[in-house]
Design a protein around this ligand. Structure first.
Ligand SMILES: CC(C)(COP(=O)(O)OP(=O)(O)OC[C@H]1O[C@@H](n2cnc3c(N)ncnc32)[C@H](O)[C@@H]1OP(=O)(O)O)[C@@H](O)C(=O)NCCC(=O)NCCS
Length: 136
């Protein structure tokens, strides 16, 4: 049921990200999807049933750590274990590439989701994420 998504899946993935509140005006989700599938160091994994994309997780290896973005499960299919399976697929994808650690950012406005990650064994890291845009 889990496969690596391709350009043909892009619109469904973006629709899922919009439906689950993951998009922001300052990020272009189509460009994000395309960059991830174009690079050999990243992928978008999907839980698919026939042609329907019901869950996604973007995973990438930055050469030091593994990162995950756009973890989403269709609202009608949440609470059925798909999120767990997608995160485990990301872990395996990174393990295969020798990455020693997997990590991700959670928006402070979405702290409720930390309980989901805690069930999967993830814990908050003692660090602050800093950043600035390079495309402005
Ligand atoms: C977060 C999300 C991906 C979880 O996917 P899901 O398929 O519903 O989760 P699962 O059914 O695999 O749940 C796995 C475990 O976490 C628990 N869990 C799931 N959501 C939870 C929540 N909100 N609070 C507490 N526990 C939760 C489940 O009970 C389950 O526990 P168990 O395996 O011990 O029974 C999904 O709710 C979603 O798409 N949310 C909107 C998008 C989002 O916020 N993504 C994360 C961005 S950082």
């Amino acid at each position: 049921m889990i496969r690596t998504l391709t350009g043909r899946d892009r619109e469904q993935a973006v629709a899922l990200w919009e439906a689950t509140g993951l998009t922001r005006p300052w990020n272009d989700p189509r460009a994000d999807f395309q960059r991830a599938i174009d690079s050999p160091a990243s992928a978008v994994l999907g839980w698919c049933e026939d042609e329907a994309v019901l869950g996604t997780a973007m995973v990438g290896d930055d050469g030091h750590r593994g990162w995950v973005y756009y973890v989403a499960v269709a609202p009608s299919r949440q609470g059925q274990g798909l999120g767990r399976v997608l995160m485990e697929a990301c872990e395996e994808w990174l393990r295969q590439r020798g990455a020693p650690k997997i990590q991700f950012m959670v928006r402070t406005s979405n702290e409720a989701v930390v309980a989901f990650y805690a069930r999967l064994g993830y814990e908050a890291q003692d660090c602050l994420v800093l950043g600035r845009r390079l495309d402005a």
